[in-house]
Design a protein around this ligand. Structure first.
Ligand SMILES: [Fe+2]
Length: 367
C-alpha cells in the first residue's frame, strides 16, 4: 500500500487532531507545583486548569467544541440568545480561532469539574463522558474516596444530567456556597452574565417568550468562582459583563488573580467586557493581576490585548492602579506568585542547549 492509497479523510483527522495531541496533558501531569504557589494553564475560551501543591487538580469551563463549520441556511437558530438579545436573524460567523490544546480523553486525574454556566462554549460532553467512563475518583474533605464531583449552577447541572452524568455526582451551587477540594476552597459568587438571562431553555419556534417578563434568577443560570489556593486566590468571572458589584466581591474577598471575558463586540452586541471594563473590573476587585480571556476563541469577537495595555498605561498613574494586566496565550502556563512580574506570555522557545553538542555543518562561516 502506498501513502497515497491508504490516506483517507479519517486518517488525516486522526493524525492531526487534537492539534496539540497529549502535549499539554503530559505537561500538566509532570508539573510539580511548589509550596505556596498555584499553577494554571489556559485551555482556550474561558477554560482554565488549576493545579496546587497538595496535588489538587480542577478545571473551570473546560470545553472541547467548535463553532460554525458550514454556512448552512445562513440563519441563526430561532431563539438563540444572540438573536434574542439584538433581533438579528443572520447566522453569526463565529468560527473557532484557536487549536485544541488538550485531549479530554487523555486526562488521567482531576478532582473537580467546574462550570460557570451552561452555554455551549463552557461545558464539554466529551470531557464529562471521559470522567464518567473512566470511573475517575478523588478524595473528599473527610478523606473518603468519591467519584469526581461536577460543580455548577442549576442549569449546568441539568445539562450534565441530561448528558448522563449521575445526579448524585453533581453539586448545584449558588452564591455563598463553599466547597473544599484537597488544598483548595471553592467560593461561589454572583455572576453578572446578562446574556445568560436572555437564554431560553430551548431554541426553535416553541422557544419561551421573554418579552415583558421578569428576568429569571441569575443564580440558577450562572455563577462566578473564587478558588482559594496555597498560591493565592483566583477569581474566575465566567462570561460576566461589567458590574459595579465586582467592588463588593473585592471588599468581601482577597483576590490575587482575576480572569475576565474580554472581546471586541460586534455592533449590536454587548456580550463581552471591553478593554475599559477589564480595567474597571480589576480595579473594583482590587486584584493583583488581571488576565483577559475568551477573546481568543471566536473569529467574530477577537480583540487586541494591546488596547488594554494602552488604556492601562494612560490611566495607571492618575488612578493609582495597584494591579497590572498579564497577556497570556492559549496552552500557556502561569504560576502565581512566581510569574507575577511578567506582563506577557510567550510559549517556550527551546534551543536552550545550543552549541552544547557537536554541530554538523560544512564551515563555521555558515553561521
Ligand atoms: Fe462564552
Amino acid at each position: 500500500m502506498s501513502k497515497v492509497s491508504e490516506t483517507t479523510r479519517e486518517s488525516w483527522i486522526m493524525s492531526t487532531f487534537p492539534e496539540w495531541g497529549t502535549w499539554l496533558n503530559e505537561e500538566i501531569e509532570r508539573e510539580e507545583v511548589k509550596p505556596g504557589t498555584v499553577a494554571m494553564w489556559w485551555l482556550g475560551c474561558t477554560g482554565i486548569w488549576l493545579k496546587t501543591p497538595g496535588g489538587g487538580n480542577l478545571t473551570i469551563d473546560l470545553w472541547c467544541g467548535n463553532g460554525k463549520r458550514t454556512h448552512g441556511d445562513g440563519k441563526m437558530a430561532v431563539g438563540h440568545q444572540m438573536a434574542n438579545m439584538c433581533g438579528a436573524r443572520n447566522m453569526q460567523p463565529n468560527l473557532r480561532a484557536v487549536p485544541f490544546v488538550i485531549d479530554p480523553f487523555a486526562i488521567r486525574q482531576v478532582d473537580a469539574v467546574l462550570a460557570t454556566h451552561y452555554h455551549q462554549d463552557h461545558m464539554s460532553a466529551e470531557y464529562a463522558a471521559h470522567v464518567i467512563q473512566s470511573g475517575m475518583t478523588t478524595t473528599d474533605e473527610y478523606g473518603k474516596e468519591v467519584p469526581v464531583p461536577f460543580i455548577g449552577p442549576l442549569k449546568s447541572v441539568e445539562t450534565w444530567i441530561k448528558w448522563g452524568v449521575p445526579k448524585e455526582q453533581c453539586r448545584i451551587v449558588r452564591p455563598g456556597d463553599t466547597i473544599k477540594i484537597k488544598d483548595m476552597e471553592i467560593v461561589v459568587l454572583d455572576s453578572f452574565d446578562r446574556t445568560c438571562l436572555v437564554t431560553t431553555d430551548s431554541t426553535g419556534p416553541d422557544r419561551e417568550e421573554l418579552t415583558g417578563g421578569c428576568p429569571v434568577d441569575m443564580d440558577d443560570k450562572a455563577v462566578n468562582f473564587l478558588i482559594k489556593t496555597p498560591g493565592g486566590n483566583i477569581y474566575h468571572s465566567g462570561d460576566s459583563h461589567y458590574s459595579i458589584y465586582f467592588a463588593k466581591h473585592g471588599k468581601d474577598h482577597k483576590v490575587d488573580v482575576a480572569f475576565g471575558s474580554y472581546g471586541e463586540n460586534p455592533v449590536g452586541m454587548a456580550d463581552k467586557m471591553t478593554s475599559c471594563d477589564i480595567l474597571r473590573m480589576a480595579e473594583a476587585l482590587r486584584c493583583d493581576v488581571v488576565i483577559p480571556i475568551h477573546y481568543d476563541v471566536w473569529t467574530n469577537f477577537m480583540a487586541d490585548v494591546n488596547e488594554i495595555r494602552v488604556l492601562y498605561d494612560m490611566k495607571k498613574d492618575r488612578l493609582d492602579y495597584q494591579f497590572h494586566p498579564f497577556f497570556w496565550e492559549v496552552g500557556g502556563k502561569y504560576v502565581y506568585p512566581v510569574d507575577r512580574e511578567k506582563k506577557a506570555y510567550h510559549h517556550p522557545r527551546g534551543f536552550e542547549d545550543c552549541f552544547e553538542a557537536p554541530q554538523n555543518i560544512p564551515f563555521r562561516s555558515c553561521l
